[in-house]
Write a protein that binds this ligand. Structure first.
Ligand SMILES: [Mn+2]
Length: 411
């Protein structure tokens, strides 16, 4: 019998309130209700299956000090696993760490309270867990910051790439020592919160500026692991299609912002067995995010065009952002209250008018590098060539004159 494991990650409970509104019946932001509901569906699955183990890949909240009602929403779901006797590993992600010192500030309370069956992974170590279908080993590797593995004086004279290289070699030594003490007969999971790098081991990976600390996939693809459970990246993916072992980001369970608009959200069910592990991505009905972009700059009836564009989308219950490009003179023919009517079915919406750029106008020979026009003549030449600004030209020239003469307005 394989051991059944539910792997979820990046809950970020309490984030994205800007995309919700206060529910008048509960007094709670609807996005918190969304995140609670999606999390509850994961827990439902764990209980109904029932699974032998739940592993969480880190980033429970947006930061290490969530408000008590948000902590409660999180805890009340995981409590259901404790009540059912299902062991659970909570890994510490970068959002869970306090900027001062080490340790998982927002999650370590579960260890402090001695919640039965609840393990907090806030350091690199191996946990042996007894499940209903036999023993399992879980190596926890929380988010690493430099101070975890090296002292400040060691890094003073080093470049960023040298620091990363040193950090990685320290990590390798530490992980190697965990691996050496594994029981090769027992199924093993590496549970890690990190940014994995698909690139092969090579010096160039240290040169990528601003990428921060990344761990090469080759570092994780070890035969001693039967499944590598990751957290941190919000898009679901398996970094090792050969599945020897699978190296899986389940992704976030709800969309945190518009960057996740096109991504499926869900969790992963794993059937863990020595060298015979299988896994499956299970989608969750996360609230849809929708960007509607319309170029109205060449249309005769911008309002009608906009209405049609919105009608082509199923905006019901979605978080919508409407972006429309317009000529400045078209703005008046798009009354905002009409747009409010069109978008009413959305859960939440925002509107953004983008004025078509004036910069696409061809260069004027009069303004070439050789000419020596004074600023006022240059502006005059520009305005004479620009049809769209014709009506504004006298005012703009007057304003420019005032500015150039020192004016009486104080900026
Ligand atoms: Mn993270």
């Amino acid at each position: 019998m394989p051991i059944t494991v539910l792997h979820l990650s990046d809950i970020h409970m309490g984030s994205g309130f800007v995309h919700g509104q206060i529910n008048p019946e509960t007094g709670v932001n609807t996005r918190l209700e969304d995140f609670s509901r999606t999390l509850s569906l994961c827990i439902d699955r764990a209980l109904n299956q029932p699974v032998d183990l739940v592993i969480f890949g880190g980033d429970a909240f947006p930061d290490a000090t969530p408000a008590p009602y948000i902590q409660e929403a999180f805890a009340s779901q995981f409590r259901r696993l404790t009540d059912a006797g299902i062991p659970t590993v909570l890994l510490v992600g970068n959002h869970d760490q306090h900027s001062q010192g080490t340790g998982g500030a927002s999650l370590s309370i579960y260890r402090t309270l001695g919640v039965p069956g609840m393990i907090v992974g806030d350091r690199l170590t191996t946990h042996r867990i007894t499940t209903a279908h036999g023993p399992i080993q879980v190596i926890t590797l929380p988010w690493l910051n430099r101070s975890t593995l090296m002292a400040r004086h060691e890094t003073n004279a080093l470049s960023l790439s040298e620091i990363n290289e040193l950090l990685l070699s320290r990590l390798q030594i530490a992980l190697e020592s965990e691996i050496r003490s594994l029981d090769p007969e027992i199924p093993t999971i590496l549970l890690a919160h990190l940014m994995a790098d698909r690139a092969n081991l090579g010096a160039e990976r240290f040169l990528a500026v601003g990428k921060g600390f990344t761990v090469p996939v080759a570092f994780l693809a070890r035969p001693c692991f039967d499944y590598v459970a990751l957290g941190h990246v919000h898009k679901h993916q398996n970094l090792n299609p050969d599945n020897n072992p699978a190296i899986v980001y389940p992704g976030s369970i709800e969309r945190v912002d518009f960057s996740e608009e096109k991504e499926a959200k869900g969790y992963v069910m794993v059937e863990l067995a020595k060298h015979q592990t299988t896994w499956e991505f299970c989608p969750l009905p996360a609230r849809p995010f929708m960007t509607i972009e319309v170029d109205l700059s060449h249309t005769q009836d911008p309002l009608a065009t906009l209405q049609k564009a919105i009608q082509r989308h199923n905006i019901s219950g979605a978080v919508v952002r409407l972006i429309y490009r317009v000529e400045p003179e078209q703005l008046e023919s798009i009354p905002t209250n009409e747009l409010h009517n069109y978008l009413q079915a959305a859960h939440k919406y925002s509107m953004q008018a983008e004025l078509v750029s004036q910069l696409s106008i061809p260069r004027l020979p009069e303004l070439g590098v050789d000419s020596s026009l004074d600023p006022l003549s240059a502006l005059k030449t520009y305005l004479e060539h620009n049809q769209k600004l014709k009506t504004l030209a006298p005012q703009m020239l007057a304003a420019a004159e005032r500015l150039l003469s020192g004016g009486d307005e104080d900026f």
